[in-house]
Design a protein around this ligand. Structure first.
Ligand code: NAD
Length: 355
């Protein structure tokens, strides 16, 4: 019996609708397994801009830092996306909270769920034994955080850099995860061209030696992009830097064919993490109770697994999602033309009842 304090940031658009369904699943887990989840709801993104004039108010940051973990919906929408200065736009709230909470490891599982295999845009023979991988992306370094400047000739520069310490800590996250999965890591870089990547590869090789049971491959990023569509089932944990991870995780997720199904976790070097669906705030369908809440529900499962150490409870949520899909329940985004569609809240109720 334990109590966990969750900072809830519903955000904008469909954020409030999908987060409510994840809370239903958490409450059901609490009831069944005897845990108490306490929610502290705060504003972020456009909702925070409307209330406080900034996308990440101090009160939100303070609550996030004081919590055991953060559950986020999504931020953004046409009302705020063109605000000037750009520091006042909703996504700055996200970048700010990632930085402030030191969330250096971004985990994005990409899985083709059996009952949804037809949504995969690849030919069945390409899918092989299926797609079930995790992209483990470094999130606070690389060219995104290097010095940015224009010289006297107007040439733009973005400094790309990685320290050994930064690579070591993300490599350990990937290898620890591989130990809990199928003991296979593919480290992705561009070591034939980039010095940063040579530091990356040397460091990953050194950390790999601490995990003799894990099989490691070293791929160049261009080859990885091709292999993901040619033979995706060869991958399990993909370990990579911020820039390459940004692109490869989007590629991996589109292979699954359903953006509304994909969760993510951003981890720090403590147990405090932030959990959110990979999709945005979907303003085109907001307020209609038709969004797919599964990505957010699965994000809550990741929170149980990675921040609270509740693997059995996380398994229970994932199994409930699988059963709901097997029983044929579909929101609009994953339904075929002739299939009946259920609402966001109905999907949340069904999953909670199956836990
Ligand atoms: P989006 O992911 O919000 O939507 C893309 C398409 O997918 C839309 O057609 C949408 O209806 C659909 N979709 C997304 N999630 C869905 C779900 N759960 N169920 C059913 N359909 C779903 O991307 P976008 O349209 O490019 O961006 C919309 C807003 O979201 C923008 O303001 C953008 O800046 C923001 N955004 C936020 C995040 C985040 O908060 N992490 C990420 C990406 C985009």
């Amino acid at each position: 019996m334990a109590q966990f304090n969750i900072c809830v940031l519903k955000g904008d658009g469909i954020g409030p609708e999908i987060v409510d369904e994840a809370i239903k699943a958490l409450d059901k887990v609490g009831e069944k397994y005897g845990h108490t989840f306490v929610y502290d709801e705060q504003l972020i993104g456009g909702a925070a801009i409307d209330e406080y004039g900034v996308p990440l108010p101090d009160v939100t940051l303070k609550a996030a830092k004081a919590s055991d973990s953060v559950l986020l919906g999504a931020v953004g929408g046409p009302k705020w996306d063109t605000l000037e200065p750009a520091t006042l736009r909703p996504e700055r709230g996200l970048l700010g909270i990632r930085k402030e909470l030191n969330l250096f490891a971004n985990l994005r599982p990409a899985k083709v769920w059996g009952p949804l295999a037809e949504s995969c845009p690849l030919k069945p023979e390409r899918l092989g034994t299926g797609l079930d991988l995790v992209v483990c992306r470094e999130l606070t370094g690389d060219v995104y955080f290097g010095r940015k400047w224009r010289d006297e000739e107007g040439v733009g520069h973005d400094d790309m850099n990685y320290s050994v310490a930064e690579v070591e800590r993300i490599a350990r996250v990937a290898f620890d995860m591989a130990m809990k999965r199928s003991k296979k890591v593919t480290s992705v870089d561009k070591a034939n061209v980039l010095e940063t990547s040579r530091v990356w590869r040397e460091t990953v090789k050194r950390i790999a030696a601490e995990y003799p049971e894990v099989e490691v491959d070293y791929f160049y990023v261009d080859n990885t992009a091709m292999q993901l569509v040619l033979n995706p089932s060869q991958f399990d944990v993909i370990l990579t830097g911020n820039l390459f991870g940004d692109i490869l995780s989007d590629e991996a997720s589109c292979i699954t064919g359903s953006v509304g199904m994909l969760p993510s976790a951003s981890l720090s070097d403590t147990t405090l993490g932030m959990y959110e669906p990979i999709h945005g705030s979907a303003p085109d369908i907001a307020g209609r109770n038709i969004a797919n809440p599964i990505a957010t529900i699965l994000s809550a499962a990741m929170m149980l697994r990675y921040s609270f150490g509740l693997a059995q409870e996380a398994d229970a949520i994932e199994k409930a999602v699988e059963t709901a899909l097997e029983q044929g329940y579909r929101t609009g985004d994953i339904a075929k033309a002739n299939e009946e569609r259920i609402s966001c809240s109905q999907m949340g109720d069904i999953i909670a009842n199956l836990i």
